[in-house]
Design a protein around this ligand. Sequence first.
Ligand SMILES: NC(=O)c1ccc[n+]([C@@H]2O[C@H](COP(=O)([O-])OP(=O)(O)OC[C@H]3O[C@@H](n4cnc5c(N)ncnc54)[C@H](OP(=O)(O)O)[C@@H]3O)[C@@H](O)[C@H]2O)c1
Length: 326
Amino acid sequence: MKFMDVQTEKGIISMSKIVMGTDYFGVNIPEDTAFALLDKYIALGGNTIDTARVYGKAPAPDPDEAYANSEPIVGRWLTSRGCRDKIFLVTKGAHPSMKDMNCRRLDRASIDSDVAMSLHELNTDYIDLYFLHRDDPSRPVEEIIDTLDAHVKGGRLRAIGASNWTVSRINEANAYAKAHGKTPFTASQIHWCAAQVPQGFWDDPSIQVMSPEAYQGYMENQIPVMAFSSQARGYFSKLLAGEALPVKRMNRYDIPENRRRLESIRSLCEETKAPASALMLAYVTSSQPVQGAAIIGCSQLRQLEETMSYADLTLTESQRAKMRRE
Ligand SMILES: NC(=O)c1ccc[n+]([C@@H]2O[C@H](COP(=O)([O-])OP(=O)(O)OC[C@H]3O[C@@H](n4cnc5c(N)ncnc54)[C@H](OP(=O)(O)O)[C@@H]3O)[C@@H](O)[C@H]2O)c1
């Protein structure tokens, strides 16, 4: 397993570069499967779990009122295994209203209440890395950093991160934090994978995707990036295995450029002997100089074992470029 350093209030902490995602815990991943996946992930050398205040909501007439199962399941697992101090625990809050993504929630009261709820549901008194799930560009960074800094100084959060923020807003927030002795963002979380992601790919336009310009920005600010949907939701793995993909996923990923990348990945699988799922992770975890961690969303033990089978694999820059057909 590869690790990367993250700056926290308690000093530098090492997080595994493969991170266990928990988005569907309690929805299409029942609790006993979630426990088995977490146990296996730890046994395979991982130490970092990514959850969020809004994860694991079953469909409901009012999605803002629906119970979010992911944090409570992670909390029960941490308690039952007695391993809180061994885990680098990541959660996210201040997601916009699930009914209206334009209804942003980065005011102090919403952040405070989400932090309190996450601590309660996770059954812990601190979170190692707390992400804001989205940005609200209309709100000044000063107010947002002040709100988060109070939680860091209060010992509830050990580090903070920005998910789906632009590099320029992260830099603006960190310039303010640095000038005023406040806690800066220590990590970013965006969509980043070896598939091509065309404009309008996500239903939600607030999602940030790694681009050459963003990569240049992370090279300059040296902030590590946690990549979500790092396996392109199984697109390459399933096609290579002859497995069917859900229509929505095919509509998203199945463009001519990704069909060409499929052939590159097929030949790289032969060259490295690694499965496509592992190559997708290595694409992110081998990135230099921008440090990347890949968040995975395996729904079955078999997938998790395969995906983590080459956790130490480091691709050369030319192999990474080959995956992008450059
Ligand atoms: N910050 C954000 O806004 C944000 C957004 C999205 C996600 N996330 C985080 O990132 C995590 C991962 O996201 P994701 O689920 O989109 O990631 P992903 O790993 O790209 O996709 C997961 C899906 O890929 C398929 N898969 C996984 N391993 C496979 C294998 N070995 N062979 C074939 N198919 C395989 C499975 O599909 P099937 O289940 O259909 O088999 C699985 O559900 C989430 O759980 C969450 O923690 C964060």
